[in-house]
Design a protein around this ligand. Structure first.
Ligand SMILES: Nc1ncnc2c1ncn2[C@@H]1O[C@H](COP(=O)(O)OP(=O)(O)OP(=O)(O)O)[C@@H](O)[C@H]1O
Length: 233
């Protein structure tokens, strides 16, 4: 993803302002900051779940508005905090995206389940019968089914218990590495930020306060805002 410059206006007030940054291929950017600072709004601009009122976002040298939305969402996949699956089987969920582009191959289903550590018997299970952690795994596999270049992660483990957080995080890191994915992730956990991220963007009241190497941001914050935030978290 390259160069984002935009302002976002909602309900007569700016939610994001003067935001301008670039994510290089293969980087894993963590967006973090206080509650209500605009993290999810910023993330949702990248696959056009929201659109800014002003400014431009480029993906692979092309304005994101010049892509067909399904094509953009195929390349820039989003995994949300709560899995949003169709109330059908695991297989139905996995093949939905690729089928839209006539790209589904049956053997891919096993590979996808394997990526997220679910047994192959799960393919025919209705998703309602799965636990929260299993549903989040299916949600991740469904996004990976589209072979995205970029993975947008909006607090993907925050609805899970500790055991599941650790397991899914480990799978995520392996998958990101195996597929050389570029990642933009929102998380409240600074430990998770350190484990997954390479870069960090600290946002407060809709403005980017610090941007750079994640370890450096967390270890040697420059601004009072980031120092205070880290002190409280
Ligand atoms: N659909 C909407 N309509 C109006 N205001 C909204 C909408 N979505 C978000 N906002 C407002 O925009 C601001 C940023 O919200 P956002 O969800 O991006 O913050 P966040 O940093 O992700 O918060 P959290 O950490 O609590 O999830 C908040 O003040 C929120 O109330």
């Amino acid at each position: 993803m390259t160069n984002h410059i935009f302002q976002f206006n909602q309900v007569n007030r700016l939610i994001l302002k003067d935001v301008n940054f670039k994510v290089n291929e293969g980087e894993r950017l963590i967006i973090f900051g206080p509650s209500g600072s605009g993290k999810s709004t910023l993330l949702h601009l990248f696959n056009r779940m929201d659109d800014p009122d002003q400014g431009e976002i480029y993906f692979q040298q092309q304005l994101i508005n010049d892509y067909d939305i399904p094509q953009l969402r195929k390349k820039v996949g989003l995994v949300l905090q709560q899995p949003h699956l169709f109330p059908e089987t695991v297989l139905d969920n996995l093949k939905f995206g690729p089928s839209m582009f006539d790209e589904w191959e049956e053997e891919r289903a096993y590979q996808l389940l394997n990526y997220v550590n679910l047994p192959k018997e799960y393919l025919t299970k209705p998703v309602e019968e799965l636990s929260g952690g299993e549903q989040q795994r299916v949600s991740l596999a469904r996004t990976l089914a589209n072979k995205p270049d970029v993975l947008l992660l909006d607090e993907p483990t925050s609805a899970l218990d500790d055991r599941n957080i650790e397991a899914i995080e480990e799978d995520l890191i392996n998958l990101i590495e195996q597929h050389s994915l570029t990642v933009v992730m929102v998380t409240h956990s600074m430990d998770q930020a350190k484990r997954i991220g390479t870069k960090g963007l600290f946002i407060d009241e809709g403005q980017v306060i610090e941007f750079g190497d994640i370890a450096q941001l967390l270890e040697t914050p420059k601004t009072e805002e980031l120092k205070n935030f880290l002190h409280k978290s």
